[in-house]
Design a protein around this ligand. Structure first.
Ligand SMILES: [Zn+2]
Length: 255
């Protein structure tokens, strides 16, 4: 990746967007507005000053604590900001300023938000996944994967997991896949098309199984439910970067 001026500007913009993503991550699961009021300390409720709101820097300067009440500030905040900055620089390097670049950025930001919310709350909010399906399809009219791939992605992402979830429920009497996962898969299919959506599902299932077996072996208990949306989010970002060569390699055995 070239560290040219464009990538650096993209990364700085990514830090600011990451700060907004933190607001979404904190407030969406609590049903709060993401535009009002200004950021506050979660404990003492004091409105933050501008210098307490600078991405990453404030967290370091404040030494991860609220200035007045001493409430610890999670390292997840700077991590989300840094990740978003890297994603912005990476997408700029991959796609430049293009419709596809904007589509991938919107998608990647949604994946970051869903990653953390599923990890912390075990939910995938409908306010992200359902509009995400529609927005992904609209972008596909103007950029890859194209509307047909996107439409098949929505159908496969929504229908196949729904059938698996139903079968699992009848066979074992427990929920294997939540409906939140299904809607998230449909959104991934809408933005990335059906091939990369299936690759995402395979990658997420594989890493989920390996880590799940690790939990079993360590005696953490078989009832510990892994946040599958968290695995889907990482797998989807990996599929964007490495997916097309993998799909081409796989297809080379058949054509
Ligand atoms: Zn405080």
């Amino acid at each position: 990746m070239d560290l040219d001026a464009g990538a650096i500007i993209a990364a700085l913009f990514g830090l600011l967007v990451g700060s907004f993503l933190n607001v979404c991550i904190f407030r969406l699961p609590r049903g709060e507005s993401i535009v009002w009021p200004a950021s506050r300390c979660a404990r003492c409720n004091r409105a933050l000053d501008w210098y307490e709101n600078i991405p990453v820097v404030s967290w370091l300067v404040l030494r991860a604590r609220c200035r007045t009440c001493g409430e610890p500030i999670s390292w997840m905040y700077p991590l989300v900001e840094l990740t978003t900055a890297i994603v912005f620089a990476g997408m700029y390097a991959l796609y430049g300023p293009s419709v596809l670049g904007v589509s991938r950025l919107l998608f990647a930001c949604s994946m970051i938000v869903l990653f953390v919310i599923d990890l912390e709350h075990r939910i995938l909010p409908n306010v992200i996944t359902i509009p995400g399906i529609a927005i992904g399809f609209v972008f596909s009219l103007f950029a890859p994967p194209g509307w047909l791939d996107s439409l098949i992605g929505i159908a496969l992402g929504g229908a196949v997991p729904f059938a698996i979830a139903e079968a699992y429920l009848r066979l074992r009497g427990e929920e294997g896949l939540g409906m939140g996962d299904v809607k998230m898969l449909a959104m991934i299919g809408a933005f990335l098309g059906w091939k990369l959506m299936l690759l995402t599902l395979v990658l997420a299932s594989f890493t989920g199984s390996v880590i799940g077996l690790g939990f079993l072996a360590s005696g953490y208990g078989r009832t510990y439910a892994l946040p599958f949306g968290t695995f889907l989010a990482i797998a989807a970002l990996a599929a964007i970067v490495a997916g097309d060569p993998i799909v081409a390699w796989y297809a080379s055995f058949y054509y």
